[in-house]
Structures are given as C-alpha cells and as structure tokens.
Write a protein of this length. Structure first.
Length: 645
C-alpha cells in the first residue's frame, strides 16, 4: 500500500447488526480532503432517500481530517455526520478535544457505522482492532459516569470516549454526542442516531504515528503562524476567558444583541447581563483546558458549589450556553447556568435544541396557551431557572411535558397548533439559539441558508461583529461593506465565501476560532494551503481549496434537495425578526427588511449558480463544481434540476 502522509489512509466500516468489520482505503475520497468533505460525500453516495434518520440504515460517520494528529495548531476537530434527525436533510456536528487525534493514532481517519446492535454496546477501537463491549450496565447512565467506567474497566485512563446520555438513548430529537468531559457534537440529533443503534459509546486508543510529507516546510509555516497567534488581540481575549468573555452577556459592554425571551427582543438589561459575565464564574473555575495541540486554552473546568449536583465537575461554558439559559429565559443566575450546562453535558442534550424548546414552552405559557396543568405544575414564568432545570431532566427522560419538548420546538408546535408555530425559533426544523439576526444582515443570511438548518457555524460571517474596516475588507474579499452590520450589499458573496472556507476548515480538522472567521490576523486560506502541503504533500492553492469547499456545500445542498425536498422557502428566518424591531440600545428599531432580504437571497443563489425561483441547483452549477454525473441523474429523476428536466 502507498505510504500516506497526514492520514492513516484507512477507513473503518462497522455494521452493528451483524458485527461485521471491514477496512477500506481512504485514497478514493481524497478529492474531498477528509473530515466533513469525505463524510458528506459518503452520505450522499450511499443513503437512499427513503432512509429514516433513526432507522438502522442511517450512517453515523466519525471523520478526522489530514491535519489532525500533526503539529498543526488547533488541529483537534472531528466531524460527526449522519442524516439529520431534525431536518431530514444533511446532518453534521463537530467536536474538539483529543478524540480525533487518538482515533488516528488508533489507525483510522474515519469510522463509518451502520446497522443496529441487538444489545447496548461500546465500540472500542484499539491499535487497529475493534472490540464490541457489552454496555448493558452503562445504559441509562450519564456521560460522565460512562467515561469513568469505560476507562476503569479497560484499566487505561488515556482512552478517549465519545458517548451518549439518556437523551440519546430515549431518541430526543436534539440529543448530542459528548466527547470527553464536555465537548459536544451538538447539531443534527447525532446522539439520537447513536442511541437508535444501541451504541452507547465509541472509545479509541492507539500508539500510531502520523507521517509528514514535508516536516521542515510545515515547521517553518507553523513558526510564522505562532508569531501571529502570540500577538493576536483576538486570541489574547480567547485565552483570557473564551467565547463566554467575548460574546456572551451582551459582550464586553453589555449592549450587544442577545436572544431575549425566545427572541422576542435582542437587548437584555445591563443589570442582568453584568450578573452572568465570565468574571462572575471565576469563583467556580478549577482550571483552564485546551484541545489537542492548541496554544489557546480557551475552555474552563468548573465545579458546582452546591445543590443536587454539588461537587460535580464539567467542561464549559461557551457563549451559546450562557445565552441559552440566561437572556433566552430571562434568568440572571450563574448557578442556573452552571447546572444547566452540567445537565446538558451529562444527559447528552444539545444546548441549542434544549434552549429553543424551553423558550418556546415559556412563551406558550406567557401567552396563556399552556397552563400549570400542561406543564406538570411548573410555572414557566420568565426568570424561573429552577423550572428550566426541571424541564431539562424531563426532556432527557421524555417524562411528562418533556416528551413533547423532546421533539424539538418545530415539531412540538406542529403537534400543539393554536398559533404556537410563531414561537418556534428554527430554520428547516433546526433550532436557532443565536442573536444579532435583526441587526447583522450577513450573519442572518448565513444562519438562514445553513445547509444543516440554522446555526452560525456554516456561512455566517463574523466580520460584522468585528467591524472589519472597509479597506481591509476590500483587500481580502473585495467587499468594503463586510464589516458594516446594517449593510445588505455584498453580504451574499461574503456568506458564499465563508461557506466554502468553513467546509475546508472542517475537512482539514482545524478549530474555527483560530481562522480568518475569528479575525483577519489568524489562519488565512494561504495558511491552510501551506499546512496541507507540509502535512500531506498535496499542493492546493486558495482557488483549489475553495473549489473543494464549494463542491462540499453542493453535496450537502443535493442531499437536502433529494432527502428533505427543501426549496427557497426553507432558506428563511422566523417572521418576528422581520416585524418586531429591537426595543432599545444602540440598535434600537433594527429589524430585517423583507424586500432587502429577498434581494440578498437572490444574489446568494446567483453566486452559487442556483435557481432563484426554486432555490435548487442548475446544470451549470453541477458542471462548474464538478459533481459526478450520478448526482445530476438523481436530481433529474426527482425533477429537481431547473433547466435540466
């Protein structure tokens, strides 16, 4: 076999139904780089459109990109992909930590899991070998105890584990996979897919080494990058307090837009914001943590000081978590946020899905649609953090009202009716736990058009929050308005750029916080090209990388069209973001303008060569991005290729 650089060159395929194991080379997939790109291509190529997300036929794919396990900084990210439980379309989640590096040391770049085990099982991949371990005694346990028991039973504290909690076992639609202490692969209901397969955990351990094609070249590139990292103001802030310090609680001056009371508004009071800033949590912090080979150390290890979970430790807290359980529910109590984060980690719940389901329920209660009888006696009054904590546990166990909320806000509103769909904050069925959408136009477009449904970690640009100066924006993107939140002009092109860029980042296995998305003094497209060459020997310039990124976006787009039937109407945001303006503060009166939004969306489709009326791809698009003829044939067969039927 040809020597592989930057990768093991091997993919592990496991069918849980008959416990068959096969090993195949990854070289046939190299045009998709690795990680996300390879995972998404396999899903499109192998899944029939009638496969249900929670059926044994759905695939669950773990993928580590070619920079994972190399000296490249922040090369710790793993892509976990499946058919999306919430949307029925493309599903993808991403997690950091140390699992991805250990996976490659264990001998594999990807694990493709199909079928369903008859009994609960743990997959243990150890130096190329695959063991099927009984997990009957682990079923029902939280992720934290699961991690501990697996390591104890195997007598190896160095094992890295990705596990589900009760939420995944009970098929909560927004259940996630927790890696190590609290690295959440949070999108797409991948935890529910794992639970549907009776797969409690995947554990990896290995001593293998990753060969480098040009170690001297890579070392030189990293030395230059190190100097920039050490002087970067953005990374200094990340080291100081993580995303919690930078983006949560209204930002450093407490006036930044936040999701307030289920996105009914976007400005929270300064008095409340000040109570849940990152420094207010220092009293609970044990130490700082980092992912594999990362110089930033942006994560915290916290200990809960009192109450039912007293003494429990967990990793967190990110900006989305603070927003989810503070301004979103009008709760200004750090202890509620601590406990909510711990519960979500331990039960295996995605913070975003949980927050949006809770926000929907609280608003239904506010509007008189739900009474105490509907809520199991819990008064869902804004600010009632204890009620929120009770519901989090009920959701994971599908107990009482939690069974309804476990379906996610979008599906719950369909079941209840009575106008509650207006309170369900989602895109394509996936939850929106975000802010800045009335005020930052490119950010909003990136969230609305995200292929996996909502979320700002696809094409949403961070340029508006950073207020990138016009001259810098012009030089990098040719879009001087990139840093102007109020501008609609040029934002569609910016979103398309960041979609392709993020697809490449996720395929390489890098952390987005160390890239151009976080700030323009960090990893540029040229840096990505240099790192890839040093590790693998593959020379791909910026244009070649972006061509692959665009191809990956179109793979996900094709999957959405074929499997979920999405059209232009699904690339939209909740109506209240267009009709209900920000109430106060520096963005008072701001909201999305429907006419301007539609123009921006037209431009977005034009940039992708997609049909503006339907939102579908065109033959010109497929030819330009270089997708296989089989993709065109499948779209034609479904009559979803404008101009090509």
């Amino acid at each position: 076999m040809k020597k592989s650089y930057g990768s093991t060159g091997l993919m592990l395929r496991i069918n849980l139904s008959d416990r068959s194991v096969s090993i195949v080379p990854t070289d046939p997939y190299r045009e998709y780089i690795g990680g996300l790109g390879v995972n998404q291509y396999i899903l499109l190529d192998e899944l029939a459109t009638d496969v249900e997300p929670l059926s044994p036929e759905n695939l669950l794919i773990f993928g580590a990109g070619p920079l994972v396990g190399t000296p490249a900084f922040a090369s710790s990210r793993m892509s976990i992909d499946c058919k999306n439980v919430l949307t029925g379309g493309a599903g993808s989640a991403n997690a950091g930590g140390h699992f991805s590096t250990e996976l490659k040391r264990a001998g594999y770049d990807h694990i493709v899991i199909s079928g369903k085990s008859e009994q609960p099982v743990v997959l243990f991949v150890h130096d190329g070998r695959v063991l099927f371990l009984d997990a009957g005694h682990l079923w029902g346990k939280g992720t934290q105890e699961t991690f501990q028991l697996i390591k104890q039973e195997q007598k190896d504290p160095g094992i890295q584990v990705a596990a589900i909690g009760p939420a995944g076992e009970n098929r909560v639609k927004f259940a996630c996979i927790i890696v190590e202490q609290g690295r959440a692969a949070g999108f797409s209901g991948c935890g529910a897919v794992m639970g549907s397969k009776n797969l409690k955990a995947v554990a990896v351990r290995g001593d293998g080494k990753i060969a480098l094609a040009h170690p001297s070249y890579l070392g030189s590139a990293l030395e230059t990058i190190r100097e920039r990292f050490e002087s970067s103001p953005s990374l200094k802030k990340m080291r100081l307090g993580g995303t919690h310090l930078i983006a949560a609680a209204g930002g450093p001056n407490h006036t930044g837009p936040q999701a307030v009371r289920n996105l009914q508004d976007e400005i929270w009071t300064r008095e409340k914001s000040q109570k849940i800033t990152e420094p207010m949590f220092k009293q609970f912090e044990i130490k700082r943590l980092s992912c594999s080979n990362c110089p930033v150390h942006c994560s915290h290890l916290y200990e809960i000081p009192e109450g039912e979970n007293r003494g429990k430790r967990f990793e967190g807290i990110q900006a989305n978590t603070v927003r989810a359980f503070s301004s979103n529910l009008d709760v200004a109590d750090p202890r509620v946020i601590l406990n909510a984060n711990f519960l979500c980690n331990d039960l295996g719940l995605d913070v975003d899905g949980t927050a949006v389901a809770l926000g929907w329920a609280f608003e239904c209660y506010e509007k008189g649609i739900f009474t105490d009888k509907d809520t199991d006696g819990l008064p869902l009054i804004w600010g009632n953090g204890e009620a929120a904590l009770s519901l989090i546990q009920a959701i994971a166990q599908r107990r009482g009202m939690g069974d309804l909320l476990a379906e996610g806000a979008a599906r719950a509103s369909e079941k209840i009716g009575r106008g509650t769909a207006a309170f369900a904050m989602h895109v394509k069925g996936a939850p929106i736990n975000d802010s800045n959408m009335r005020t930052h136009k490119g950010w909003a477009l990136g969230i609305g058009t995200s292929t996996r449904g909502a979320g700002h970690l696809r094409g949403a640009p961070n340029t508006e929050q950073k207020r990138v100066p016009p001259d810098v924006a012009q030089k990098i993107w040719g879009i001087p308005s990139a840093g102007d939140p109020a501008a609609y002009e040029g934002k569609a092109s910016l979103v398309v750029w960041f979609e392709a860029y993020k697809a490449v980042v996720d395929s390489l296995g890098l952390c987005y916080f160390t890239t151009f998305w976080r700030d323009t003094d960090l990893l540029s497209p040229q840096d990505l090209s240099d790192l890839l060459y040093g590790a693998t020997g593959r020379r791909m310039d910026e244009q070649a990388l972006f061509s692959v990124g665009e191809r990956i976006i179109n793979i996900e787009k094709t999957f959405n069209t074929l499997h979920a039937g999405f059209t232009r109407k699904d690339d939209d945001l909740p109506e209240r973001l267009f009709t209900d303006p920000v109430s106060t503060g520096p963005f008072k009166g701001e909201h999305l303008d429907r006419q301007q939004w539609n123009r921006m969306l037209d431009e977005y489709y034009d940039r992708h060569l997609w049909d503006k009326k339907t939102g579908w791809q065109t033959e010109a698009c497929l030819e330009t991005v270089g997708l296989p003829d089989s993709v065109k044939d499948r779209l034609k067969g479904k009559k979803r290729l404008p101009g090509g039927n």
